[in-house]
Design a protein around this ligand. Sequence first.
Ligand code: CEZ
Length: 791
Amino acid sequence: MIRATENNEYYELTSPTSLPKASGFLWNEKMMIHMNCRGYAVAQFMQPEPAKYSYAPNLEAKTFMQPEQPYYAHHPGRFVYIKDEESGDIFSAPYEPVRKLADSYTFAVGKHDIRWTIESDDISIEMSLRLPKADAMELWRIKVTNRSQKQRKISVYPYFTVGYMSWMNQSGAYVEDLQGIVCSAVTPYQKYQDYSKIKTYRDKTFLLADHKPAAWEVNHESFEGEGGLHSPSALQGETLSGGDARYETPVCALQYRLELEAGAEQEYRFIFGPAFDEAEIEQFRQHYFVKRNAAGQDGFAAAEQEYAAYVAEGQGNIQIQTPDAGLDNFVNHWLPRQMYYHGKTNRLTTDPQTRNYLQDNMGMSYIQPQIARDAFLTALSQQHASGAMPDGIILHPDAELKYINQVPHTDHCVWLPVCMSTYLDETNDYSILEEQVAFSDDAKTASVLEHMNRAMKWLMHDRDERGLNYINQGDWCDPMNMVGYKGKGVSGWLTIATAYAFKVWADICEQGGHAAIAAEFRQAADTTNAVANEYLWDGDWYARGITDDNVVFGISKDQEGRIFINPQGWALMSGAADADKQERLIQSVQEQLETPYGVEKLAPSFTAMREDVGRVTQKHPGSAENGAVYNHAAAFYIYALYLVGEKENAYRLLRKMIPGPDSEDILRRGQLPVFIPNYYRGAYKQFPRTAGRSSHLFNTGTVPWVYRCLIDGLFGLQGHAQGLQVRPQLPADWNEASVTRLFRGAELHVNMKRDASVNGVKVYVNGDLIEGDIIKDVQAGAKYEVLVKLP
Ligand code: CEZ
């Protein structure tokens, strides 16, 4: 029912009903599409803000990508109806809207394409979706094959929804010259000042066909008629009626009438997307369908290849082979792809949250470090001279801070050293510290070293008299907005995270040759840890914070929100927790937060508003930050476990992040193992029925942290100023593992094996035992055979 293909290039699902929300996603330089196994789709393109070309059927609010999006019958989607002209029977592919169970069904999620193969009544339909690399549009192929022994007369109706485009102006018609449907709208606005922007928008939605259709329908209401989507009235007639939409909801429906001999097939190709005007659509038609390159290929076929190459650039730098095939498949094929998506698109926003921007680029350090480097410089160029980082990083001249970025959060500086350290591990490029960058409010430039120092100093001073860091209206936890809005409340997590940031910054300074600064921040880390232990340790774990009214929360006295994961993990990282505290907090997390699907972010989930904590407590219990298995937070914790050598706990939790391996687990999560979602439902003890269910939201800071867990933790192949440090932490029941590690231009084939004759890790490079655990002098372009003997 659910399986990886033999070459691991696809993940397949063979039922449209067992995991009705199963999905894959594709993106390019201008757009993103989240494609569901039943044919539903959510697509956005940038102009420069995210916009739609296939809308919901009613007035839609604009928002950022949401978890657990519900699908409904009239949800935007891409479908094809098939009618047997002799019997009048209809079915649709991939599954919706007719919902007739096919004789066979396969949904295959690939890296650069998404495909379906459906067979019903001896007619097979193969559908595939790809994107070009740079244009915002979808490239569809639909192939119809007669699998029966006799000639068949059928009608094929591609049905691509357009939805409710605008309350000001919407229409659509078939355009003969273009051989396609063009729908038009005006993005609603009210202020005349907006007109200059609005007039540049790509407000048209088109469907271009490479084959001339027999008929079409552009009026959604006429298409559907009284039959409803399961059995649209328009399909009753011999041909579609050629209708248009005049301030009516448009649709892109075409009809092809086929007489297929036994075994014969016919393929159609379509392009669906937004455009500025008909002239641009004509250009698309010329480019993709008419003109041919030297190899005789048209633009459509060439774009498919170019896109595959583009996605393939997003390779990670480890290829693994372990006793766990599910882990191998995910790490080798899907995890770097998801990181790359984040690094390339910044989640399709023009003002990514600062922490997201930095962490997404931490991930890019493994794939295209130059992009990460540029991003760190961009972020620092928007820093205030005070050292404070803004809530979001502006990536486009017209962009402004929106949504959550209008709410002041106090954690952004912490991510600078944490994320930069990965970049430095991978590249050893300490020259970045010497780069000169200006401030947002001071044109005079300063070195990156100075910028970072100011960020650390800002954290050091944005504190109360006890030395605890203010939270204002939020920290890493966006919706924890009422702990400190009066100006007094502090964040326990942020205080501890600050200690960790100081330590990491001290390490960077030491390696970069700035010993005095290193000493200063090591000292600051110790002081901060001491403060954390004095005010936040609750006996068995650390508190989450102290409110404006001086109430400590996230402690044993609380009925709800007794324990939060973030202060625990970061106290392992910062060194606040000594051996005794480590043991206690790890135990507490296991008892109170661990579920079969990972560790919850907090427990018990809040069931009512707590006004001194904020809107996080109003989210549905077990969803998102209110006690889901919030994978970003879970990944911090796993990373922390590796840092303190808790390899069994770490691996157990890491494995729980990936759906599977058994199908029962996949069914419960409802998601294919082709990405890590931002959360799985938690509140395991309060609402066991829904626990484990995936949010299906693939925008998440989780992925670079999981990669770090693999590189720095599980396989222990972390970059170091002197070379590659080898410190594997394989779980006890693994006897061996092998990793091909790309590192600073070199390729290392690392075989890790248990060996009863050693009592410590022994590293052999090209046959020679090395001293210590750092492979030094790694040469770009060279290949190394590395044997690691493990006790
Ligand atoms: O967004 C994420 C943020 O992108 O929530 C994380 C935070 O660290 C990330 O930077 C934890 O709060 O506003 C909200 O309540 C939402 O919860 C969003 O903030 C959340 C969404 O899941 C979008 O990805």
